[in-house]
Design a protein around this ligand. Structure first.
Ligand code: 7RM
Length: 633
């Protein structure tokens, strides 16, 4: 256990006391938390910030390497403890148990591989790999040599990949010949090949043989294992400044290109480790499983860094919840005696559609804590999770946070504070949420809806958008000067519990994936026969939200294959996840006089409303609304 007992509240009273301390004297509080880690040298100042620049610095001048905290200290304390359990896609293949000693050795070896291939401190490395141990090893090896990892989810298309590689000028790409997903194999390497046609910045590509596809490599490309054969496992960790970037992770915005959120070394370490321990009530011998992909922030913070910093046993699952059948998650929970299980509401809703036999076949008595993340969880799904998975005895932590926040912000703490269905509940220690009314005024009264803001910085706040500090300022710090603006709405009850009500901008969360509508519209508009399009989200039973596209065609006589063609285009340029559920061909779109599409109206139509659109007289073309309603699906 890396934290002192006084930093770990045991009940509501202790939480309230500690929370108050963390707010009244943040510097003292975070000093205490930061003392739990191994630093090469300590800070001169705990926090230094200016919301107007904006600039956030935590543990100024401190030196560290996060991998010494993830690995070396645990190799000393418990070398044989399992760090990672790898559960492969194929249930008939054996799981792999990687001890802290072995993980340390494999990370050091791969650090040498990076060094041998000219990767130095500050270089960007793009990682495009399936959920195999080498993904976590590559992430940690980058951190050990001081290179900035940019993990791109291996479901993204070649053009999404090349845009991310180019945005960060990555020098190297780490990938595999392919991946297993259910009963399919996916040819990752040809996606990379396609992407690299547009990337001049990449000097080298290292390819893991995962599926034995028998491909031959291009020049400047090397096999992972050939490189490993050349190195030993001694690699002293690079000394990093607390504010040196640890990684870039892309998240979609409401306009234009994805935002490369930049996270720090010291502050990110302190916050992810501390939140992991408190939120999940992790005990030293527990087996923890987060079903996310490391390609998302949830995987970065709560599969890799948070758990390993705590010396925990963390599971990596390569497969999908539906293979070989809808009982796979529960089979894995039984097999590995999972204690903490953390997943997305969309997965819960999908599994809840299937017969309970898939659940009840398995012994889930090891489970102690359940978690959800990524979107609001509806009451029905919460109840199903609570009754059938938690057997009414496991606290459920509904964790609200973002790629930008680095770690969990609003949540209950397992066995400490109470959960409440559909509420994320209370702020983590050190987090100060506020609500704004529609006029931008902060209000204190309860039982009201508002727009969420955060008042004071916390250690793992993203420091900038890579290469575009101005955009960082505009998106997050301009709406409410002096506050961080996450873009979500929230309701606060009389006990100070927060329920997150959803995005207040044009980002739609589909199956837990954060999709900006603008870039998808851009792709639809690329079709030769499309004049203009508008994409909105609407509530969907399983996905939480689904996408509804309104499309104006140039030539209505050529509309036969248009749906298939648009879907193909989106799959190719962004990925299948971004395909709309419905596509409606329309004669026009409702527009304001300044030419902005009134998405508010389209959202209502997409959710099945036929009237009550409010005042539409300000529209340039009010008559269009009725025409769209008539053709709606
Ligand atoms: C961790 C993650 C962030 C957006 C966020 C919200 C939504 C996330 C919850 C939630 C309601 C939750 N990062 N969101 N968690 N909404 N309750 N517990 O998801 O950057 O990909 O997305 O996700 O809208 O702003 S993310």
């Amino acid at each position: 256990m890396i934290f002192k007992n006084n930093l770990l509240p045991k009940n509501l009273q202790q939480y309230e006391k500690l929370y108050k301390q963390s707010i009244d004297n943040p510097e003292l509080f975070w000093t205490d938390v930061a003392e739990s880690f191994i630093w090469k040298s300590k800070w001169s100042k705990v926090v230094d910030f200016d919301f107007s620049k904006p600039s956030f610095k935590w543990f100024t001048d401190a030196k560290l390497n996060i991998t010494e905290n993830c690995l070396d200290r645990h190799v000393e304390a418990h070398p044989d403890k399992t760090a990672i359990i790898f559960e492969p896609n194929d249930p008939n293949q054996p799981a792999e148990h990687i001890s802290y000693r072995e993980l340390h050795s494999r990370v050091c070896k791969f650090s040498n591989v990076l060094k041998n291939n000219n990767i130095q401190k500050g270089d960007r490395v793009c990682i495009y790999l399936p959920m195999v141990p080498e993904l976590a090893i590559a992430v940690l090896a980058c951190a050990r040599v001081g290179a900035i990892h940019s993990v791109v989810f291996a479901g993204f298309s070649s053009s999404a990949l090349s845009a991310r590689i180019n945005d960060a000028s990555c020098k190297m790409v780490l990938t595999s010949d392919g991946s297993f997903r259910g009963n399919k194999t996916i040819d990752l390497k040809s996606i990379v090949d396609e992407a690299l046609k547009d990337c001049d910045c990449v000097d080298s590509v290292i390819v893991l043989n995962r599926i034995n596809s028998g491909i031959t490599l291009n020049k400047n490309e090397k096999w992972w294992n050939d490189e490993l054969d050349k190195v030993d496992d001694y690699f002293p960790a690079e000394i990093m400044d607390s504010e040196d970037p640890l990684f870039i992770l892309y998240t979609s915005g409401s306009t234009g290109k994805p935002k490369g959120m930049v996270h720090s070394s010291g502050g990110y370490m302190v916050y992810t480790a501390y939140s992991f321990k408190n939120v999940f009530d992790y005990d030293d011998d527990d087996i923890y499983w987060c079903t996310a992909d490391i390609g998302w922030i949830t995987g970065h913070s709560y599969i890799v860094y948070g758990p390993l910093l705590n010396g925990a046993t963390t599971m990596m699952f390569e497969g999908v919840p539906s293979y070989p059948d809808f009982g796979r998650f529960w089979e894995i929970c039984e097999k590995h005696k999972v204690n903490q299980f953390y997943t997305a509401p969309t997965a819960i809703r999908a599994l809840a559609k299937h017969p309970l036999d898939f659940v009840n076949k398995y012994d889930l008595s090891s489970l102690k804590v359940l978690g959800t993340v990524g979107e609001p969880i509806n009451e029905e799904a919460w109840n199903w999770y609570n009754e059938n998975i938690g057997k009414n005895k496991c606290p459920i932590v509904d964790t609200w946070w973002q790629t930008e926040t680095g770690g969990i912000m609003i949540t209950s703490l397992a066995n400490v504070t109470e959960g409440k269905p559909t509420f994320a509940t209370k702020p983590m220690m050190g987090i100060q949420p506020v609500l704004f009314d529609e006029n931008g005024n902060e209000f204190d009264d309860n039982n009201k809806n508002g727009i969420l803001g955060i008042k004071y910085p916390w250690p793992s706040i993203a420091r900038t958008i890579y290469g575009d500090h101005e955009r960082y300022k505009n998106v997050y710090f301009s709406a409410y000067p002096g506050y961080y603006f996450p873009g979500d709405g929230a309701f606060r009850d009389e006990y100070g519990n927060y329920r997150i009500t959803g995005r207040v901008d044009d980002v739609v969360i589909v199956s837990g994936h954060n999709l900006g509508t603008a870039p998808i519209e851009d792709v639809i508009n690329m079709h030769d026969n499309v004049v203009e399009s508008a994409l909105v989200g609407y509530p969907h039973d399983i996905k939480g939200n689904a996408l509804y596209a309104f499309v104006i065609l140039k030539d209505d006589s050529k509309k036969d294959d248009i749906e298939v063609e648009i879907n193909k285009l989106i799959s190719k340029t962004i990925g299948p996840i971004a395909k709309p559920e419905k596509i409606q061909l329309v004669p026009g779109l409702p527009k304001t006089r300044s030419g902005k599409i009134m998405r508010r109206i389209l959202r209502k139509i997409a959710s099945g409303e036929k009237d009550n659109f409010g005042d539409i007289s300000t529209l340039l073309n009010p008559e269009i609304v009725e025409q769209i309603v008539e053709g709606s699906q």
